[in-house]
Design a protein. Sequence first.
Length: 485
Amino acid sequence: MSELETPPPAEGGRTHWNSRLGFILAAAGSAVGLGNIWKFPYITGENGGGLFVLIYLACIALVGLPIMIAEVFIGREAQRSPVGAFQALSKPRSPWAGIGWLGVLGAFVILSYYSVVAGWAMHYVWLSVTEGFSGKTPDEIGALFGSVAGSGSISTGWHVVFMGVTIAIVLGGIQKGIERGAKILMPALLGIMLLLFFYCMTLEGFGDAFRFVFSPHADKLTAGGALEALGHSFFTLSLGMGAMITYGSYLSKKADIVSTSITISILDTVVALLACMILFPIVFSVGGEPGEGPGLVFIALPVAFSQMAGGAFIGAAFFVLLVFAALSSSISLLEVASAYFIDERKWSRKKAVLFTGISILLLGIPSAWSQGNAENPDLPGASRLFGPSMKKLTEKVFGEGKGHDWLGLFDYLSSNWMLPIGGLGIALFVAWGVGGEARERGFKSGSKFASLYWGWVSLLRYIVPVAILAVILYKIGIFTPDAGK
Ligand code: TRP
């Protein structure tokens, strides 16, 4: 069927994905995003590579994948957005619905700052095309990032553009907006990543990068780093806030959830590792530092582009793709928030998407004004308020030197608290809260992995809760494995 025809009438009147591939691409599009290309390489760098990557892979397989299957199962079973799905599968007014609420809140929090970072990537497309990076020294390129992120007006401008595009796609609906967008964005993204990867294989830093990422040396890893790997496995797979519940709710009841979840997790992991194998060879070849932090993608790569033949073109292509990756994720975040108003409040899609989209846009403005340099005497008042002053204020809660600016705080609260708690709730709900019969049928229907059913349930019952509780106790300061380090 062509995508231009009217969608097939769905069970209960709900719109469904056009095809299995469409769902996989949309869900993989949600998973693959700034988390893979911007965040994963820099936290790998900060945690010394090797062992961190190994722990991350274990977290994906043993915690992330079981929760992804659980989320898609909840959505497909209930055919509703998260808040309603928990009620439909337990009872009305059940406390489990709180997990759904936390998810809606999470969508607002995450998308508000996610869009600001994506806006920087848009600005970098613009920079690559107009002035390019060639002729600039590494220091100048580093300073350039500071001046872009640090400028409240540049960051806000692109944040508005990025939210505008996200809103436009989600207004198009499931098949004509989200699915069609993913079918264009994902293949393009994979194609250009492979090209960049082949290019990076020719660089002298490739061997060092390979050893850095894949040989398990433990020097820099702390328990805190290991727990960060767990938190990131939620973020990168879009888990813990109902994004996969929402996408799963547009699956027909016959769809196989296990092999699709495995495919999505593998795609996400491959992209994250590819991103490292693109960034680190470049960083090592120009003698850079892997532990550079959040500026890695915006500084290390432009430095390389400034020295490469055809760098302007490759640079533009790379940042276009970073924008694409961010866009297919931001779509899913906006869809979670909107689906609540569409399914539970019976708003029209247009009203729901405009309302949530514009609210998130406004909520993101303080993030856009939070990255100014505290040392700059001419820093505008707003930048001072949401940056350095916010850091001071939060130091009172998190301790000396551990404060966050507005953007950092939203990232911290969502990745470290909301997603793990949401994930824990989802695991417990599927492990103990829903009927065993529905769960077993749901897992096994149409799946060639039916024999893994008990393995899945056991992971959800024991391993997942213990792992997440360890993270939470560590954050609160009750569990202190790094003491004395
Ligand atoms: N997974 C995306 C990334 O890696 C971010 C994202 C999209 C997300 N939707 C989400 C994170 C839902 C948590 C929950 O960039």
